[in-house]
Design a protein around this ligand. Structure first.
Ligand code: PA5
Length: 449
């Protein structure tokens, strides 16, 4: 149901490229599938998530907690928050938190160490009716731990010992400080499988619990993701995941160093953030091979249509021809809202009257795609029939598979993030965490304190 309908509408001859590169693509596909099927791969656990092994535990927890709480605070950063943020923004009512009667809890994300925002949120919530889900795979990330300390102190001060029943920890089954701490305190816990990296964890308990508590149909999400896994088995000629990865790869080789991801939908705005992290952290690598090194990866830019037509598109049309633009089009809006014909005598306005908003949205997408093409800027569109849990699950798994294939084509490990880890370690050193004295001394010697 996801069609890369305009893959052919850019300068690349897709059929020719496919016949030239089908063998390489199928080798990449085979390498990933073989490693996954063999089991025990340290990085490919995300390919197994659509089977829903954790679903029973997530639904049991949801059923136990539903009705007792109104608000959920999710504490996490990067891969531990962007998935949940994407799901709730796309799939809840656009103004869910303002509804008088809601199908799930209000979900609030704390994904930065901004004390004003953290304290501001706690000021407006009722601690007796609030759950906290602290999410950290490593169980040590500074930002998340700081937010946890704030929320625990707040709950403890407001509800006393009952705080223990109001905190859920989602973390590695064994490693990190959060796991033993949660067990000591008696918090409910859910696992982040060790073989699933943060940016690939949206369909693990990391994304599923906030989504389920927020009233989202998580079974449908997984159903959609399973469809993408089935699609991924196809040969290159019929496999849009492989084709999309190939288009990205070939344009990257031609010097299109920037890949713009632009869904035409406010509800999908955080999909751009999620995708930017997935692409950047997976593919931006210093490749060490055969005694040499090369810096690889194209820079993702997050955008939202139509909003960013009025800010970024000028650059895309007339600026450097160093970009590939990927649009996401939504065929059908949930409400089918019409623009009223409230000014029938205004000829410069009444052309809009009685037309669906989605028709206008997609006309703007088509117009922008054409305008870019006309200026020699390649683009293609991934088409989504509608925004529902099943199609979003399919799209998320599609994009993760595409990224994994892009990593194979670049000959890199798409699943580690040494550059992020270094920043984390140096922050520990600067903040005085025990065990990081050497790095602290090194930073001080450089005048960084
Ligand atoms: O994708 C990643 O690996 C990162 O963005 C992590 O998710 C992020 O750094 C948070 O890490 P953790 O879940 O260990 O707190």
């Amino acid at each position: 149901n996801i069609t890369s309908e305009r893959l052919g509408s850019h300068a690349l001859d897709l059929e020719g490229a496919l016949s030239d590169h089908a063998a390489r693509l199928e080798q990449a596909q085979g390498a990933l599938l073989d490693r996954f099927r063999a089991g025990g791969d340290p990085y490919l656990g995300w390919m197994d998530l659509p089977r829903g092994e954790v679903l029973g535990d997530v639904l049991a927890l949801r059923d136990r907690l539903a009705g007792h709480y109104d608000d959920l605070i999710v504490l996490g950063i990067g891969g531990s928050s962007l998935g949940g943020l994407t799901l709730t923004t796309a799939l809840q009512h656009p103004f869910h938190n303002s509804l008088a009667s809601r199908p799930g809890m209000r979900v609030h994300f704390i994904d930065n160490v901004d004390g004003d925002v953290i304290e501001g949120l706690l000021e407006v919530l009722d601690a007796r009716r609030t759950l906290v889900n602290v999410i950290s795979k490593s169980g040590t990330t500074t930002e998340t731990m700081a937010a946890y300390l704030s929320c625990k102190a707040w709950l403890q001060a407001q509800v006393g010992e009952k705080y223990k029943a109001q905190i859920i920890a989602t973390t590695d089954p064994q490693k990190g400080i959060l796991r033993p701490l949660a067990e000591r305190e008696g918090y409910a816990t859910l696992p982040v499988p060790p073989t699933v990296g943060g940016r690939f964890s949206v369909l693990s308990a990391v994304g599923l619990l906030p989504a389920a508590l927020g009233g989202i149909d998580v079974e449908a999400l997984l159903r959609g993701a399973r469809r993408a896994m089935e699609h991924f088995e196809r040969s290159a000629a019929h496999n849009e995941i492989l084709q999309s990865a190939l288009v990205q790869h070939l344009y990257g080789e031609q010097g299109k160093n920037i890949t713009v991801f632009m869904p035409y939908s406010t509800r999908l705005r955080f999909l751009s953030d999620w995708y930017a992290q997935l692409w950047a952290e997976s593919l931006g690598k210093n490749r060490q091979r055969d005694g040499g090194s090369a810096r690889v990866g194209t820079t993702p830019v997050k955008a939202v249509g139509t909003t960013d037509q009025h800010s970024q598109v000028q650059l895309y049309r007339e600026g450097p021809q160093d970009k590939l633009v990927v649009f996401v089009k939504v065929e059908q809006a949930d409400r089918g809202a019409l623009i009223p014909n409230a000014e029938p005598d205004e000829n410069e306005m009444n052309y809009l009257g009685n037309k669906p908003y989605q028709t206008l949205m997609n006309a703007e997408l088509h117009a922008t795609a054409y305008a870019l093409l006309d200026a020699g800027q390649p683009n293609y569109t991934i088409s989504l029939p509608r925004i529902d849990a099943e199609h979003l699950g399919e799209l998320l798994q599609f994009l993760m598979l595409q990224t994994a294939v892009a990593g194979e084509l670049l000959n890199i490990n798409a699943f580690d993030q040494p550059g992020v880890e270094l920043g984390k370690v140096l922050t520990y050193a600067l903040m005085g965490r025990p065990g990081f004295d050497e790095q602290r001394a090194q930073l001080e010697a450089e005048g960084i304190t």
